[in-house]
Unconditional design. Structure first.
Length: 324
């Protein structure tokens, strides 16, 4: 695991916590704030796994969210939310419902059950531990938290995939506007440097020593197996701008451009590509959602690349550095 200071925690008030499970690479990651925040979401993949997404629709009643989490473990990983809710409830967070508080916790999961013992996955205790560890300092990158079991390039099946991971990045304009991103990169497609077009990690050749180039294989009409179902990129982009739910939804939609720039192919029926956007509202002057969304796409693209660069090999699945 590496740590980066220029990350999503540069957004005022945001904290990130990871829990990485023992026994096999999987875990969860939570994004918390000092106070509830506006949020939106955009889903482009055909096989998403998620929690409390419907309440993020702009026309629905709940206006603020207490936490967003990303987790491995496929649908089992959604259990992490229960631990995050308990941690928040103990601190009096959530909307008032009579004498109790109900924390609003949204999240999405990725499939990593093919690595090691799939009976080990994030649970409520993992979610609680991630929330307990949340801090505003440097964010761990690579195979940690939700990115612990991430893999990429599965057009020819998981046996020819490479390691993905968790990455983060942020930018700040001279006027104080900040935009950050956190991404767990577990895509079906190859991960490509958008500047050079070079494949960084992806499906490997049959001998495992080179890159197969998934898009070139599609153009040639190469025979490929039925699509492996366990893929997705899940991410959070954040800003200190004061955005409505509708504005956050627009930012999330625009941030999805990063996937098209960095992942080939992206948004497949077997992906679950999901991007959350949140606004803390601490910036004193107004900034439109379009400006934030354009910056979010750039920042998320960097976070995606960083997640792959920080990954390490596990159990015969190499990282990009092992093929260099």
């Amino acid at each position: 695991m590496t740590q980066v200071r220029r990350s999503i925690t540069d957004i005022d008030g945001l904290r990130v916590g990871h829990h990485t499970c023992a026994g096999r690479p999987t875990g969860c990651t939570v994004i918390l704030s000092d106070r509830p925040f506006a949020a939106g979401v955009d889903v482009r993949g055909g096989a998403p796994g998620s929690r409390e997404l419907e309440l993020l629709r702009p026309e629905n009643s709940v206006g603020r969210v207490d936490a967003i989490f990303l987790a491995g473990g496929s649908a089992y990983g959604l259990e992490a939310a229960a631990g995050i809710m308990r941690w928040l409830e103990e601190r009096g967070r959530g909307f008032a419902a009579g004498e109790v508080r109900v924390p609003i916790v949204c999240g999405a999961i990725l499939f990593d059950l093919q690595l090691g013992d799939g009976r080990i996955r994030p649970d409520a205790a993992a979610g609680y531990a991630a929330a307990q560890s949340a801090a505003g300092g440097p964010v761990g990158e690579g195979n940690v938290g939700a990115g612990a079991g991430a893999t990429v390039g599965k057009m020819f099946g998981p046996a020819r995939a490479m390691r993905g991971g968790l990455g983060s990045w942020s930018v700040e304009r001279p006027d104080g506007l900040k935009v950050g991103a956190l991404a767990a990169v577990n895509s079906f497609g190859d991960v490509v440097d958008p500047g050079s077009g070079r494949i960084l990690a992806g499906a490997r050749t049959p001998d495992g020593r080179g890159l197969a180039d998934s898009m070139r294989a599609l153009h040639r009409g190469d025979e490929v197996p039925p699509p492996f179902a366990g893929n997705t990129l899940i991410a959070v982009v954040a800003t200190n701008a004061d955005l409505s739910k509708s504005g956050c939804t627009r930012v999330a939609r625009m941030a999805q451009d990063a996937l098209a720039r960095c992942i080939r192919p992206a948004h497949m029926p077997c992906d679950g590509d999901t991007v959350f956007a949140l606004g803390t509202g601490t910036l004193e002057h107004a900034v439109d959602a379009g400006t934030v969304g354009a910056l979010a796409a750039d920042v998320l693209a960097v976070a995606i690349i960083r997640g792959v660069r920080a990954a390490t090999a596990w159990g015969g699945c190499p990282s990009m550095h092992d093929l260099a």
